[in-house]
Design a binder for this molecule. Structure first.
Ligand SMILES: Cc1cc2nc3c(=O)[nH]c(=O)nc-3n(C[C@H](O)[C@H](O)[C@H](O)COP(=O)(O)OP(=O)(O)OC[C@H]3O[C@@H](n4cnc5c(N)ncnc54)[C@H](O)[C@@H]3O)c2cc1C
Ligand SMILES: NC(=O)c1ccc[n+]([C@@H]2O[C@H](COP(=O)([O-])OP(=O)(O)OC[C@H]3O[C@@H](n4cnc5c(N)ncnc54)[C@H](O)[C@@H]3O)[C@@H](O)[C@H]2O)c1
Length: 441
């Protein structure tokens, strides 16, 4: 049986980061993936999503400026857009695998545990005292009658033809972003959610701004609505809900994501789990001392995002290579939904600040800036949450909310006061970063 210093199960952002760092050492490493090397983010997640968002933004901005000097709005040719997407992304899994293979052994196939420190892939067994599970998450599939007719975000990101009408079941990040893309490309869109509002992770008042902007563009929201099933009819499908029937051409199950743990035979290695995924301690070690877990597959309160997965990969490298013995400590994490307008936040949340007198909140309207006025962005709202003189949280809705929040992150993360910031930095004017200094006055 082959023995390794490290075995990494998965090759997404978490494992890829760790494998890159291990490539600089003389460690003997095996990297295993059962699907496309590189994982969700570059192949069927963030990257193709943001690539499509590039064309989406041009369409929606041109619509927003119609009658204000822009007379012809842009339109999307979906098949051509998809062809350019394939041209960019098709070769990535093989290229990623080849990059990893320059430094490590690689194996294409699904891994499962045989005992405490042994895994099996394609009938071959491998042993290590440092096995790292980085198997990520996959779309949750609702068990409803007609679930065989539903699709996933992965299907949408490679959709060959644009359907006339698309229905999303679930109104979280994935649905809201993909609905923005498909809507801009010309599809009619309905979003159904069994709760009262979409994008529950973000502040209600700012989500309302995004929802209203999408409704104005024709997106239909059915909130507090339960889906009972999907049935096929002559042309297309019927989504059956407790509020009535919705005829549609394409149904996407966006009801959430679930950890990829079922193929791993975790019981053979005594690895504990809960509803959120694999349970780890403050060193990302599982209940089995030979096994660690990083990335989306672990059960933790932090959001499941690419930079968080990479941060854990880097932490684990430093811990196992004895560069630190400290517990993992997560820094300030920024998060955004790439809708139009976008919504983004970091640090202390608006709801928490409202309930806690140690925080002071400042609200600013961004639509008066020439930058927003020139783009006819009427939606911009910025909320800053201070703890004394220090910025503790930020949330933004507006066409550039993700960049806006990124501009505030160093101030929150490094605990810089407004006065210190103004003494140290003169930002480029009148660009996005200028809002930072303005907000801190
Ligand atoms: C549509 C969409 C859009 C997103 N947009 C963003 C965004 O804008 N910004 C952001 O930060 N995050 C975004 N995310 C989340 C981001 O993709 C994940 O947080 C990130 O990919 C997690 O990395 P990971 O390495 O933990 O897991 P993954 O990237 O999921 O990789 C896990 C890998 O493990 C493999 N695997 C699973 N089981 C086994 C097994 N038994 N044996 C071998 N291999 C196995 C899988 O095939 C996969 O390749 C998005 C996700 C989706 C779905
Ligand atoms: N821009 C980004 O950073 C980005 C983009 C996409 C995904 N992600 C990551 O992926 C994670 C998962 O996103 P997601 O959108 O798949 O899940 P989510 O948890 O954000 O949203 C799922 C939605 O489905 C609804 N739902 C669940 N069951 C339902 C049912 N039976 N009927 C109707 N509605 C139902 C929920 O109420 C919720 O609103 C995010 O939390 C995030 O970590 C990040």
């Amino acid at each position: 049986m082959k023995k390794y210093d490290y075995i990494l199960i998965g090759s997404g952002p978490a494992a890829y980061k760790l494998s890159n760092l291990l490539a600089k050492t003389s460690r003997k490493v095996l990297v295993v993936d059962g699907d496309e090397f590189g994982g969700t983010c570059p192949n069927y997640g963030c990257e193709p999503k943001i690539f499509l968002e590039g064309a989406t933004r041009v369409v929606l901005q041109s619509q927003q400026l119609q009658g204000r000097g822009i007379e012809q709005t842009a339109t999307i040719d979906w098949q051509k857009l998809m062809a350019t997407k394939l041209e960019r992304f098709n070769s990535w899994p093989e290229e990623t695998k080849a990059i990893i293979a320059k430094s490590h052994d690689v194996e294409s196939g699904y891994a499962h545990f045989v005992d405490d420190n042994t895994i099996e892939v394609n009938g071959h067994q491998y042993q290590s005292n440092r096995i790292v599970i980085a198997t990520g998450q996959r779309p949750h599939r609702l068990a409803i009658p007609g679930d065989q007719f539903t699709h996933t975000s992965r299907d949408v990101l490679s959709l060959p033809h644009l359907p006339q009408h698309v229905t999303f079941i679930g109104g979280g990040y994935v649905a809201m972003e993909l609905a923005t893309v498909l809507g801009a490309a010309g599809a009619a869109v309905t979003i159904i959610d069994h709760s009262a509002r979409p994008l529950k992770a973000f502040p209600a008042s700012k989500v309302q701004v995004v929802k209203e902007a999408m409704e104005k563009r024709g997106v239909e929201f059915l909130m507090d609505t339960s889906v009972q099933g999907v049935r096929q009819q002559d042309e297309g499908f019927i989504v059956q809900t407790d509020q009535g029937e919705i005829p549609t051409d394409y149904v996407v199950d966006t009801s959430g994501r679930q950890p990829n743990i079922d193929r791993l035979a975790l019981e053979a290695a005594n690895i504990d789990i809960d509803r959120g995924g694999i349970i780890v301690n403050e060193h990302l070690q599982t209940s089995n001392p030979n096994v660690y877990a990083i990335g989306d597959v672990i059960s933790r309160p932090q959001p499941k995002l690419t930079p968080v997965a990479e941060f854990e990969g880097e932490y684990l490298f430093n811990y196992l290579e004895e560069k630190t013995s400290l517990a993992i400590k997560y820094p300030t994490i920024g998060t955004a939904a790439f809708t139009f307008p976008e919504i983004a936040e970091a640090g202390v949340k608006e709801e928490e600040a409202r309930e806690n007198s140690q925080y002071q909140t400042k609200n600013l309207n961004l639509k008066y800036s020439s930058l927003a006025a020139g783009q006819n962005d009427q939606t911009g709202k910025l909320t800053l949450i201070f703890e004394g003189a220090v910025l503790a949280g930020v949330s933004v809705v507006g066409d550039h909310a993700a960049d806006d929040v990124n501009n505030f992150l160093p101030i929150i993360g490094l605990k810089v006061t407004g006065e210190e910031y103004r003494q140290a930095i003169i930002a480029i004017y009148p660009a996005l970063a200028d809002k930072v200094a303005g907000g801190l006055i």
